[in-house]
Design a protein around this ligand. Structure first.
Ligand code: ATP
Ligand code: MG
Length: 178
C-alpha cells in the first residue's frame, strides 16, 4: 500500500496530556485547514463560557463552533444537565462526522466528558467508525483513555514541563491564553 493510500481516509487525531496546548493546537489546525479551503466544525464539550476562541467563526466563513456545556465545571460535581449537554454534543458531532459535509470535525475536551462518565466511549468509537471517509477528526482533552489512543492514527501527549498557572488554579488569567 502506498503512503497516499494509507492516508486516504480521514485520520483520527488525539491531543491529550497535562501540558498546555491541546485546544490551541486544534484551533491552529482549524485555521490552517480553513486556509486550504476546508470546512471545519468545532464542538466544545464541557464549555459554555464564550472564550476568545469561540469568535473564530465570526472571522472565518468555513469554521463553525458550537458549545455543549453548562457553566463552569471546575468547581462542582456534574449533574443531569451536564450529561444531557454532553450527549447532545456527541449526537451532533456524530451526525456531522457521518454526513460527509465537513472536512474536519473537532471534539474539544471530549475526553473530559468521557472521564466524567457523561458520555460512553463505545458511542464515541461507534461515531468514529461511522465517519464519512473524507472526514478528519480531532479529539482533545486530558485523560484520553487507552482504547481511544489505540484507535487513533495520531496521538500527541502534551507534557507539562512548566506552566505559569501551576498551583494557581485553572481559572487564573495572568497569561494570554483565553
Ligand atoms: P489551551 O486551551 O491553552 O490550549 P489545553 O487545551 O491544553 O490549553 P486544558 O486542559 O483544556 O488545556 O486547560 C484549559 C486551561 O487550563 C487553559 O487556560 C490552560 O492555559 C490551562 N492549563 C493547561 N494546562 C495547564 C497546566 N499544566 N497547569 C495549569 N494550567 C493549565
Ligand atoms: Mg483544552
Amino acid at each position: 500500500m502506498s503512503a497516499k493510500q494509507m492516508v486516504s481516509r480521514g485520520q483520527v487525531h488525539v491531543y491529550t496530556g497535562n501540558g498546555k496546548g491541546k485546544t490551541t493546537a486544534a484551533f491552529g489546525l482549524a485555521i490552517r485547514a480553513c486556509m486550504a479551503g476546508k470546512k471545519v466544525f468545532i464542538g466544545q464539550f464541557m464549555k459554555s463560557i464564550k472564550y476568545n476562541e469561540t469568535h473564530i467563526a465570526e472571522h472565518f466563513d468555513n469554521i463553525s463552533v458550537e458549545q455543549f456545556g453548562k457553566g463552569c465545571m471546575l468547581l462542582r460535581v456534574p449533574d443531569e444537565e451536564d450529561k444531557r449537554q454532553a450527549e447532545e454534543g456527541l449526537r451532533m458531532c456524530s451526525q456531522y462526522l457521518k454526513s460527509g459535509d465537513w472536512d474536519i470535525v473537532m471534539f474539544d475536551e471530549v475526553t473530559i466528558a468521557l472521564h466524567m462518565e457523561l458520555i460512553s466511549l463505545e458511542k464515541l468509537i461507534e461515531a468514529l467508525d461511522n465517519r464519512a471517509s473524507n472526514t478528519e477528526v480531532v479529539l482533545t482533552g486530558r485523560y484520553a483513555p487507552q482504547q481511544l489512543i489505540d484507535y487513533a492514527d495520531l496521538v500527541t501527549d502534551m507534557q507539562e514541563v512548566k506552566h505559569y498557572y501551576a498551583n494557581k488554579g485553572l481559572l487564573s488569567r495572568d497569561g494570554i491564553d483565553r
